[in-house]
Design a protein around this ligand. Structure first.
Ligand code: BGP
Length: 463
């Protein structure tokens, strides 16, 4: 008997900027993702687009033109749901317009119709590191309070347009990454001050609450969540200093879900802001809005665990302390520790803290996949990773965690956020494209395709 509920939302997740391509087609304006070359999560970006340079996100894997073929493959695996983002700048090319781009709206109408035709529920991220570039260049990104108005107009437009097609929404992808990736997460410069970053966070907290308000008014049966990036963080030693410092580091992430899930700034905020010399500017009614409209569920990504040591050098790319390795864990080819028990830990941690549904909207194994002599892709490490993490998730459900769904990150190979490359592949479906953009874009099933098909068919029993 499976511990997974009968309506468990098995599926896969991508992001517009890492999959769609067609970066300037049908009226789409550039987003901040379109000016990075080292991957949106790398923090490296150009001020403007150089037409002579190759940007991986500009074509990505051309999901924009291949979506019918790809959705048919997701349906063949038995997906119950599919997470992707709406590219905000397809709908409002600059972000500050009052009239939406009809061609952009029509694309997502067609995509959602294709998904629903196959019985697959869309799960939509409103901004997956995809703030329109003009809002960065001309307004300074989310540190400018005007972005609340622009984002609310975008949300109202898509809620009204896709009412009846989309009932699962989430606002900002991995909002807690404002700490380590302010450009990707809030269109705020990497060298922004703590004041600017936390002011931007406040604007996004208000925008999140307004989106929740609008969503429930326009689509009464919808669920709208917030979304965080959550590795499990272990103290490097049993030294109380390391334990305390690890708790403090954890709070730098859970601060975001505390505000959005519990509807108020946490009690530890005043001291944190005092120590960071941050004084937030708030409008009348902001705090009331946060309290009145908390998120319905907590979506999060989990890939790995990290170690933390008091006073250690914080690693931007992993969120742990540089130089610390966990001797009990194997790693992926990219050095990410493989920790299914850490996955069970974070599920229980969040269930205890929020007592609301959890949705794992990213979990996956990034690796180098090459065809064997028969042209097949034997990605057994991906199957092993998936099996162990789904087993851990089953344990977490048996522990009493209310988990509503699981969308594997990158069910089809897409551009890596951290590297901006194709070489780091997550897919059950291989895409013929290399780091230099060469390839036929041909789709091929890997060994893991049939594995995941069985997982879904058995509702998580056959792993
Ligand atoms: C998360 C992002 C995704 C995805 C994932 C894997 O932070 O939400 O966009 O890319 O990381 O990261 P990478 O592609 O660098 O392996």
């Amino acid at each position: 008997m499976s511990v997974f509920p009968n309506d468990f939302l098995w599926g896969g997740a991508i992001a517009a900027n890492q999959a769609e391509g067609a970066w300037n087609e049908d009226g789409k304006g550039p987003s901040i993702a379109d000016v990075v070359r080292g991957g949106i999560a790398s923090g490296k970006h150009d001020a403007v687009i150089d037409p002579n340079l190759y940007y991986a996100s500009h074509e990505a894997v051309d999901f924009y033109h291949h979506y019918k073929e790809d959705v048919a493959l997701f349906a063949e695996m038995g997906f119950k749901c599919f997470r992707t983002s709406i590219a905000w700048s397809r709908i409002f090319p600059r972000g500050d317009e009052t009239t939406p781009n009809e061609a952009g709206l029509a694309f997502y109408d067609n995509l959602f119709d294709e998904l629903l035709k196959h019985g697959i529920e869309p799960v939509i991220t409103l901004s997956h590191y995809e703030t329109p570039l003009a809002l960065y260049q001309e307004y300074g990104g989310w540190k400018n309070r005007q972005l609340i108005e622009f984002f609310s107009r975008y949300c109202e437009t898509v809620f009204r347009r896709y009412n009846g097609k989309v009932k699962y929404w989430m606002t900002f992808n991995e909002l807690n990454n404002m700490n380590r990736m302010p450009f990707a997460t809030g269109a705020v410069d990497a060298n922004a001050s703590a004041q600017e970053i936390w002011q931007a966070n406040h604007h996004q907290f208000v925008a999140n609450a307004l989106a929740n308000k609008l969503c429930h008014e326009i689509i009464p049966d919808a669920l709208i969540g917030c979304m965080l990036s959550l590795s499990t963080v272990y103290p490097a030693t049993c030294n109380p200093e390391d334990i305390f410092s690890t708790m403090q580091l954890r709070r730098r992430s859970l601060f975001f879900s505390d505000v959005m899930m519990l509807g108020q700034y946490p009690a530890y905020a005043p001291r944190l802001f005092r120590e960071l010399d941050v004084e937030l500017e708030m409008a009348d009614g902001d705090l009331q809005l946060l309290g009145d409209y908390p998120s319905d569920y907590l979506g999060f990504s989990y890939y790995r665990s990290v170690l933390h040591q008091a006073g250690g050098q914080f690693r931007i790319d992993t969120g742990g302390t540089a130089g610390l390795d966990n001797p009990y864990l194997d790693k992926t080819e990219w050095g990410w520790p493989i920790d299914p028990q850490g996955f069970r830990i974070v599920c229980n941690e969040l269930a205890d803290r929020y007592r609301k549904p959890l949705f794992i909207v990213e979990n996956g194994y990034g690796g180098v996949d090459e065809a064997d002599a028969n042209g097949e892709f034997n990605d057994q490490p991906r199957i092993d990773y998936g099996r162990r993490h789904i087993q851990a998730m089953a344990e977490a459900i048996d522990d009493g965690c209310d988990i509503m769904g699981y969308t594997w990150w990158g069910p089809i190979d897409i551009v890596s956020a951290g590297t901006g490359e194709m070489k780091k592949r997550y897919g059950f479906i291989y895409v013929d494209k290399d780091n230099d953009g060469k390839g036929t874009l041909k789709r091929s099933k890997k060994r893991s395709f049939a594995w995941y098909q069985q997982v879904i068919a058995s509702n998580g029993e056959v792993l």
